[in-house]
Design a binder for this molecule. Structure first.
Ligand SMILES: NC(=O)c1ccc[n+]([C@@H]2O[C@H](COP(=O)([O-])OP(=O)(O)OC[C@H]3O[C@@H](n4cnc5c(N)ncnc54)[C@H](OP(=O)(O)O)[C@@H]3O)[C@@H](O)[C@H]2O)c1
Length: 341
């Protein structure tokens, strides 16, 4: 596929360009010489995006104000595009808000892309959608693992990503629109930091460290952006799914140690791995007893899905995309701390 079609630069559409991941994908696509149309919302912060990529690169970018929930607006948007990169999604909010901002836009964009004969649709999904609660401790989580069949028992965000992929797969199969799915693990870096739910739960100033020996499936935002970029270029990968995690994954305990070394203070209560299930059982029981006035935030299902020690594979992305996470965890963590995140 490459970055040129004939003698013109590849024309791509990127959604979510103003986001944490999207702005890095944009910068890398512009560095490859692509012409990038960014679908932004009327209130999106385009000025800060322009500052982020720099004026020289910006000359090959354009922004189009659009509501992706509106199918008619999606039609013109994808015209003449070789590839659509779909990174926009809501990360929090109620289940209905998440569906409106993730599932509906995906459906509209894909329908428009198939009608306009777009060459490839790259969907940014999530590693969180696997049914990891069914896996044995320390087993390998790769692209062959099934998707969580009971996503409604997880958090609303994960559920919306499961629905998003379901809808995307259905449209791709029915319409023949070539699709590549990228499933990043926990994306970290400047602006966001590296403190994740996968390490523990933050309750005010307190951190409940869940387990501690389990690897955190991190991917540094620049590494991840490169994998997303490559998913639009490589020949012969239509229909593929790629998990994106870095090579040197730290454990939850190691992440906390790094934060402490960097001078960041946390009040930590360590919950040993074996006790996480008991804590969840107690939360479920107490929630039922108080007729859900105390919500069951922690359930045994979520504990099994989130904090079980697993191994993560990135070999398919390496072999088929030619991706190599070029920034190591240590280097990425240093850069993240230096950014003040
Ligand atoms: N962060 C992670 O750890 C992680 C892990 C796995 C997968 N992912 C996936 O990676 C993608 C990017 O995540 P991120 O962390 O970069 O998120 P982010 O910083 O919150 O950015 C989300 C982007 O989506 C846009 N957006 C949200 N709702 C929209 C809508 N209805 N119409 C158009 N644009 C909309 C936002 O635009 P505005 O600027 O207008 O708000 C923003 O550009 C998402 O698909 C997410 O599910 C993230």
């Amino acid at each position: 596929m490459g970055t040129r079609t004939g003698n013109r630069a590849m024309q791509v559409l990127l959604t979510g360009a103003t986001g944490f991941l999207g702005r890095r994908v944009l910068r890398q696509l512009l560095d490859e010489g692509c012409a990038v149309r960014c679908a932004v919302r009327p209130g999106s912060d385009v000025q800060s995006l322009r500052d982020f990529v720099g004026l020289r690169r910006w000359s090959r970018a354009e922004t189009v104000n659009v509501q992706l929930a509106n199918p008619e607006q999606c039609e013109g948007l994808v015209q003449d595009c070789d590839v659509v990169y779909h990174a926009a999604a809501a990360l929090s909010g109620s289940a209905s808000n998440l569906v409106m901002n993730s599932v509906v836009p995906t459906r509209n964009l894909m329908n428009a892309a198939s009608e306009q004969g777009v060459g490839r649709f790259v969907l940014v999904s999530s590693l969180g959608i696997y049914g990891s609660q069914e896996l044995r401790r320390n087993s390998l989580l790769d692209e062959k693992c099934p998707i969580d069949p009971a996503g409604h028992l997880r958090d609303p965000y994960t559920y919306s990503k499961i629905l998003q992929e379901e809808v995307a797969r259905e449209i791709s199969q029915e319409s023949g629109l070539p699709m590549v799915v990228v499933r990043p693990g926990v994306i970290f870096g400047d602006e966001r930091g590296a403190m994740s739910h996968r390490v523990g739960l933050q309750l005010g100033g307190l951190l409940l460290r869940m387990g501690g020996g389990q690897r955190v499936p991190f991917t540094y935002v620049e590494n991840c952006a490169e994998a997303v970029k490559l998913a639009g270029f490589k020949e012969g990968i239509d229909g593929q799914v790629f998990n994106v995690v870095d090579d040197d994954l730290p454990t939850g305990r190691q992440v906390l140690r790094k934060y402490r070394k960097a001078g960041r203070k946390f009040r930590v209560i360590g919950i040993p791995q074996v006790a996480t299930n008991w804590l969840a059982r107690f939360n479920e029981w107490y929630s039922e007893r108080t007729e859900q006035q105390i919500p069951a935030v922690l359930t045994r299902y979520r504990v099994q899905a989130m904090w079980k020690p697993l191994q993560y594979s990135n070999s398919r992305a390496k072999e088929m995309l030619g991706w190599h996470p070029s920034t190591s965890f240590d280097e990425a963590f240093e850069k993240t701390m230096a950014s003040g995140a």
